[in-house]
Design a protein around this ligand. Structure first.
Ligand code: THU
Length: 160
């Protein structure tokens, strides 16, 4: 038996102003998107903004449904829209934020497992890591690559 230890590097920023200009802009777009979420059932508004290699920014937010399982998370709305609109264009970064009835979250927003899996697929598709920016009022966390969010992910190579 061997023990394998995985290391995850997280960059932490106290304030949005500490991020590079383009990432500040990306996070602002995510925050605006969160304001426009359709979340009448959970009252949990999530916003995601995707920076593409061609410089375009695409934003998305969660879209809920009275049939709860028919809704979709902000991250996947943004990523799928990005892939549908710019099919050959790699994703450089994604910023994610969320607010509940008390306002934007204190701790960095955490994407769900399905959204993490879609980020892994996107990285595989374009063979490039995505910079992942997780917004929180107490601090912003930045990860370089979805492997940090979903270690031991299911990857397409398993299908070969
Ligand atoms: N939600 C997201 O949009 N992204 C996540 O990563 C986690 C959850 C949404 C789904 C649902 O509309 C609401 O948050 C409560 O789960």
């Amino acid at each position: 038996m061997r023990i394998k230890e995985l290391k995850i590097l997280i960059q932490e920023y106290d304030r949005i102003e500490e991020l590079p200009d383009l990432e500040q802009k990306l996070l602002e777009k995510a925050r605006t998107a969160a304001e426009n979420a359709y979340a009448p059932y959970s009252h949990f508004n999530v916003g995601a903004a995707v920076l593409l290699e061609n410089g375009e920014i695409v934003a998305g937010n969660n879209q809920e449904n009275a049939d709860f399982t028919d809704g979709l998370c902000a991250e996947r709305v943004a990523l799928f829209y990005a892939h549908a609109t710019y099919p050959g264009t790699a994703v450089k970064a994604i910023a994610i934020t969320a607010k509940n009835k008390n306002g934007f979250l204190e701790e960095p927003a955490q994407p769900c497992g399905s959204c993490r899996q879609v980020m892994v697929e996107t990285e595989f598709r374009f063979k490039k890591p995505i910079r992942i920016i997780l917004d929180g009022k107490n601090g912003i966390q930045v990860l370089n690559g979805a492997d940090s969010l979903l270690p031991l992910a299911f990857k397409p190579v398993a299908l070969d």
